[in-house]
Ligand binder design. Structure first.
Ligand code: UDP
Length: 325
């Protein structure tokens, strides 16, 4: 009998972590999900609890991690990931990107496991190079409101690379651009759940600034495919994964208004400090090294995501948090 591979996924109850758990279970792995549930939600993974291939550890990855038995892979996805979250819990954000990755890397050495870390397009800050290639070093304000997240992720990359070069550990680094799909938290303050939630509640859609800033939105199944391919590749340098289809936030708001059929309109609210003006991944590396590119266009991805939010209970729909409150 072939022994099943065993993977530890930190941040398993979060948006991306839960989709990764699903994918690795579907691929026949044994999965250990770990989460301290500060921003994650058990309902994202409750369907996995009945499976013998799945175990859940309620644990804070910033504290020493003990996992009995073998481990083949560790995917470090634990972290607050939206501006509203990391403004609320800045110290935990810094700790999970520093102490958390240190614990994961130490565990990986003991288990002889390969580590993949979730980095982010935020390492490019408010970028002066467009679209962003992996060679660009970024334009980050370390003491601005986003600094706690951006610098934690930059440190995390440096630490991972140091374990790779100094200890010969097998490591992979993915830089994730804006991603969306079912299981995003309605109240995490990100633009997509904010707009859809507002449309569903019959509120105006809060566009920050004049809406001329751009983002490029990737559907979650495309992202998960990119992560899976990178993990199994032999490439240790950072790889951008995202959808290069760039759109202004104003146009994005208009698409949500059309999709939801709401009678509400876009209203302008102050632009948060250090909000990047433009963002679009250069995915040449992912194409060449992983044979990866996104398959789901925004119209299709948004339809699926809207269905998910429409089916939430009224209580969940009314849980809301706006940065400008
Ligand atoms: N944004 C907005 N209205 C909202 C929430 C966000 O206009 O209610 C804008 C935000 O200022 C940013 C973009 O949408 O320019 C994406 O924001 P998000 O928080 O989703 O992600 P990030 O800024 O980290 O890319």
């Amino acid at each position: 009998m072939i022994e099943r591979k065993r993977v530890l996924i930190t941040g398993a109850a979060g948006f991306l972590g839960s989709h990764l758990c699903d994918r690795f279970i579907a691929e026949g792995y044994d999965v250990i999900g770990m989460d301290n549930l500060i921003t994650g939600d058990l309902k994202n993974i409750e369907h996995l609890f009945k499976l013998e291939q799945f175990e859940f550890y309620h644990h804070d990855v910033s504290k020493f991690i003990h996992v009995p038995g073998k481990l083949d892979y560790i995917l470090h996805f634990a972290s607050p990931a939206s501006p509203i979250d990391y403004l609320k819990i800045p110290i935990q954000t810094l700790k999970v990107g520093s102490l958390g990755i240190h614990n994961c890397l130490g565990l990986a050495r003991v288990k002889n496991a390969r580590v993949l870390i979730a980095s982010t397009s935020e390492v490019y800050g408010d970028p002066m190079v467009h679209p962003q290639t992996e060679e660009y070093w970024g334009n980050v304000n370390p003491v601005g409101p986003r600094g706690v997240y951006d610098e934690a992720k930059r440190f995390q990359e440096a630490m991972t690379m140091a374990y790779h070069t100094f200890h010969g550990l097998e490591t992979r680094i993915i830089r994730i651009f804006n991603t969306y799909g079912p299981r995003m938290r309605l109240n995490d303050g990100r633009v997509l759940p904010a707009f859809i939630g507002q449309a569903l509640r019959g509120e105006d859609l809060t566009m920050f600034g004049d809406g001329s800033q751009t983002r490029s939105f990737c559907y979650v199944s495309d992202l998960v495919e990119g992560i899976y391919r990178l993990l199994l590749s032999d490439y240790a340098q950072p790889v951008n994964i995202g959808n290069p289809d760039e759109i202004t936030i104003r146009e994005f708001g208009e698409e949500i208004i059309k999709l939801t059929g709401t009678n509400q309109q876009l209203i302008s609210k102050p632009l948060p400090k250090d909000d990047p003006k433009q963002r679009k991944p250069d995915i040449t590396k992912a194409r060449e090294i992983l044979g990866w590119e996104p398959k789901v266009n925004r119209a299709d991805g948004l339809k699926i995501t809207y269905e998910y939010f429409k089916n939430l209970s009224p209580e969940e729909l009314n849980k809301t948090a706006h940065r400008f409150d």
